[in-house]
Write a protein that binds this ligand. Sequence first.
Ligand code: MEV
Length: 402
Amino acid sequence: MKQAVRRVRSRASGFSRLSRGERLRKLRELVPLGPASVAFLTGDGGLSFDEAERMSENVVSTFGLPLGLGLNFVVNDREYIVPMAVEEPSVVAAACNAARMVRACGGFRAEADPSVMTAQVQLDAVPDPDGARARLEARRAELLEACDRAVPRLVARGFGARDLEVRVLDREEGVVVCDLFVDVGDAMGANLVDTVAEAVAPLVGEILGGEVGLRILSNLPMRRRVRVTCEVDDEVLGGADVARAIARASRFAELDPSRAVTHNKGLLNGVDAAAIATGQDFRGIEAGAHAFAAHGGVYRPLSTFSRTARGLLGRAELPLAVGTVGGSTSAHRGVRAAFEILQVESARELAGVLAAVGLASNLAALRALATEGIQKGHMRLHHKKGAAPGTRLALPALGGEP
Ligand code: MEV
């Protein structure tokens, strides 16, 4: 998704009050779009039957979702308009609203690890499992070369196998796993690491002995994490009381797993909506996020908000396997249009933007919960659901003008 010149502005005051035609015209002012994206966006968002048939099985029809725009985003000093596909009222408005507050205080800061995925090779009945690590370490270079031979085009682009680890899962039964770490570049990487795992498994089995079992990626890519922060001043949030209430809400999630899971759902509202619009494997993202949240043995929030001298500091960290090439990034016209709107140049940049949308969604939800309560905004949007198609309401949920 290389863009020679990147020209995006993401601030569009009053966007929600425009007609559909006006919104599309405004979008084209904010970001240059090619004819294919314009055709997709002015159509009914459809996927043809033939396209759907190539993606899945037993296809009888297609299934639509609203595609909205996450406006106002600034991440690492760059402006982003974030396509968001989501059926839940208020998720898009809330993200826009929080992004506007964060933007007023300097924007989000995001940093993503290199795109290192984990592939796993399971072995059972390994003799001397405690010596397994030393046996594999002695052949490390040969193993990593075998991994690289399985994905020559990836290696030619400067990526490929980076490391391996061995863990004994059951000493008595000799159950051992070999984790292989592969930098998949700008791909999500599931197919690449599955290929690597299948290619290298016979050699792992030969070195360790025992019986080779599964050869598959892990959806908990611990070496492919993204971290995002934002700082928002008290007056932008609506006062010190609001900032304090948000910090108290965050503390609740830190102390109680039952609250943490809902807190994380609020963050994933934004991540998933942008992930679906950009054709990512959102089931994998969800699985990894929740596993990471529980990694220390207790389910924890993926983000926290704490008081600073001037306001509030929000931070989030999660594993995020997302790609800008492969998968449905080229197969789906809507996804291609989404990438043209978003204008990211790498998978790592995409991960940073998705994490920022998550933190924005999270912040907006906590702000609403900690002040007026969630139902007030939701009731406004229930009225919208009941309204005639095309009716535009001036009041988005979760706080004010998006
Ligand atoms: C609703 O989709 C998300 C919230 O429940 C998140 C939260 O409670 O923090 C509002």
